[in-house]
Write a new protein. Structure first.
Length: 154
């Protein structure tokens, strides 16, 4: 997969909710991205940093970037997906500190076309500081799916 796209081009979010800073590498089954923690990083708490639980969203956005990159390479618009749940979340630090560069990696564990399971890790200097298994759903036509669900619950 091409690494020339910016994160904002391959995730269905608008600033300031594009939380990843840079795409490092990707292939058919995995993606690696970076997050630089600064005083202006979303969710940054002065004197502490970014709470480590935000790392689950970093992992989710890396999954979204992986799928968005595949969409753009097929000439399609980037489609939203849905985080259905997470398992085996491990937070090995309370906060990401200012000045840290985090490496966010995701790898497909299971994918049937719409439902997928990804294993995600966040590394700081080669040490895993957050890990999670994410269950995701990306229907072929997500906006039609949303409308169908709305109609069923009216």
């Amino acid at each position: 997969m091409s690494e020339t796209k910016s994160i904002a081009d391959i995730v269905p979010h608008d600033p300031p909710m594009v939380l990843l800073d840079r795409l490092v590498s990707s292939n058919e089954t995995s993606l690696v991205a970076e997050v630089n923690i600064t005083g202006t990083t979303p969710f940054f708490e002065p004197n502490y940093g970014v709470p480590a639980y935000v790392g689950v969203e970093y992992i989710a956005q890396a999954i979204s970037a992986h799928n968005g990159l595949k969409d753009t390479q097929k000439g399609q618009e980037v489609k939203p997906g849905f985080l259905l749940g997470s398992r085996k979340i491990e937070l090995n630090c309370p906060y990401f500190k200012e000045g840290q560069t985090l490496i966010v990696s995701v790898k497909v564990s299971f994918n049937d076309g719409e439902m997928a399971v990804f294993d995600g890790e966040i590394l700081l200097e080669k040490e895993v500081i957050v890990s999670a298994r994410i269950n995701a759903f990306q229907p072929e036509n997500p906006f039609d799916y949303i409308e169908t669900v709305k109609q069923q619950h009216v």
